[in-house]
Design a binder for this molecule. Structure first.
Ligand code: SDX
Length: 428
């Protein structure tokens, strides 16, 4: 809290609103009393200037291209941390000591299996169902299986539900992939790392042993960490809003998955690789740059631009380096990577992109790596959801524990018809 305030003059009266400051980043004007005092709402479609909550989890400086999780820079975490370490950090606020990490990893590993009835649930879908459609259904359905962790007023139940969601997402995502192939589901193997276990459930078969490739395991570790959390983005805000009504955590995460699916958000990784493949050759890049700049053409460069970053998305930098490393280590030549690099180079030197501060975001290079590892494009957003579950769960816990939190209920600027009387059909 600062002793600063701002004054708003309304109809000849002055109203003062306190200015609150965080540890870093923009101050906020506390307008909670605005409507009661002035009978006016603020108007901020898309919440471009609105802080919806207080949080200690993730800080983004969009102008400087900085991303911190509990104060730790994303590039340091991606380079030196494990996904279990980052999950603990996001949930509990501090990097775990060895004993804490071992206990957390053990706890998560003991929740990796899912109820056998859930496997039957998958069989209700068409084999060509989009994995995100399956996840929306299956994750929401978890609340039908785990009644003992849906009382959100009980901190112990909240933590069990959190552990279950973090632990079961890799199993559920791998099952969604196996189902599209018509291959049998593999049970988790708790002797593997979180990432290694996911790779085995995804690419392994019961007919032979699966050996986790360390290059791929390291790439997936980084990709999961880069996607773990990102402040109050659309899907995280969806989870918080759903949670503010007291909905159970499984339903809240299913709501987050549904929101993430959109091509303007997590669906952009799938759309970006499809776009790069459609471009196909560096010679066709100018045609697509022109379309992206054409106001009459709805086409946008997928994987470019961001609501907050008006500089490089720090995750895109790590992702680009990882793409180079993984393709080299796997000895894969993918012309799409050349198209991506040339497209980035041309766009970043084009006045339109410079003026609008459009840079590659986390989704621009991730598809190149995921494709090299062997994932089909329709699995990309499911992988994003897998990783983002730790962030959603951390933010949901923070919201529930926030004494200021209440049910989210925005208002509106009404521009519809004023009151009028009903006209019977034969008189219209
Ligand atoms: C994610 O919020 C998060 O943190 C999300 C995320 C996370 O980790 O949770 O980071 C993950 O969702 C990354 C973003 C993935 N989406 C895409 O790559 C889709 C393509 N990008 C855009 O659709 C767009 O950039 C958004 C949706 C990401 C951001 O849109 P904004 O902030 O609402 O900005 P805008 O749509 O108002 O665009 C501003 C201007 C517009 O031009 P004008 O109307 O001002 O003339 O920039 C233009 C837009 O037309 N523009 C683009 C563009 N993105 C914005 N023009 C061409 N290509 C693009 N990609």
């Amino acid at each position: 809290m600062t002793d600063k305030s701002v004054t708003l003059g309304v109809n000849g009266s002055n109203f003062n609103y306190p200015v609150l400051d965080g540890t870093v980043g923009p101050e906020v004007v506390d307008i909670r009393k605005l409507y009661a005092q002035t009978d006016m709402f603020t108007y901020d479609p898309g919440f471009t200037s609105t802080a919806s909550c207080e949080s200690k989890i993730t800080y983004i400086d969009g102008e400087a291209g900085i991303l911190l999780h509990r104060g730790y820079p994303i590039d340091q975490l991606a380079e030196q941390s494990t996904f279990m370490e980052v999950a603990y950090l996001l949930l509990h606020g501090e990097l775990p000591k060895k004993g804490e990490l071992d206990q957390f990893t053990y706890t998560i590993s003991r929740h990796t299996m899912v109820h056998e009835q859930l496997a039957t649930f998958y069989r209700g879908f068409r084999r060509d169902a989009h994995p995100m459609a399956v996840l929306c259904g299956v994750v929401g359905a978890l609340s039908a299986f785990y009644h003992d962790s849906t009382d959100i007023t009980d901190p112990e139940q909240r933590m069990i539900a959190s552990h279950r969601l973090i632990a079961k997402m890799p199993t559920l995502v791998a099952m969604a992939y196996k189902y599209t192939l018509g291959q049998p589901f593999l049970y988790p193997d708790n002797s593997l790392t979180y990432t290694g276990n996911f790779l085995r459930m995804t690419f392994g078969v019961p007919a032979e042993p699966y050996v986790v490739n360390p290059i791929i395991e390291n790439a997936m570790r980084r990709i999961f960490i880069l996607h773990a959390d990102h402040e109050q983005n659309a899907s995280t805000s969806t989870v918080r809003l759903a949670g503010s009504s007291g909905a159970n955590p499984f339903a809240c995460i299913a709501a987050g998955i549904a929101c993430l699916w959109g091509p303007a958000h997590g669906g952009a990784n799938e759309a970006a690789l499809n776009m790069l493949r459609e471009i196909g050759d560096v010679k066709r890049i100018p045609e697509y740059i022109a379309r992206a700049k054409d106001k009459d053409d709805p086409f946008r460069l997928m994987g470019f631009g961001h609501r907050v970053y008006k500089n490089f998305d720090p995750r895109a930098k790590v992702m680009k380096a990882t793409a180079d490393e993984v393709l080299a280590e796997l000895n894969i030549k993918d012309p799409v990577l050349d198209v991506a690099k040339e497209l980035e180079h041309i766009a970043l030197n084009d006045e339109y992109f410079i003026e609008k501060k459009l840079y590659p975001n986390v989704d621009f290079y991730s598809g190149v790596i995921l494709n090299a590892i062997g994932f089909p494009t329709d699995m990309f957003t499911a992988l994003f959801a897998l990783a983002r579950t730790v962030g959603w769960v951390a933010q949901w816990n923070e919201m529930i524990a926030d004494p200021d939190q209440k049910i989210g209920r925005p208002r509106q600027l009404y521009v519809g018809a004023t009151q009028r009387d009903y006209v019977p059909c034969d008189k219209r």
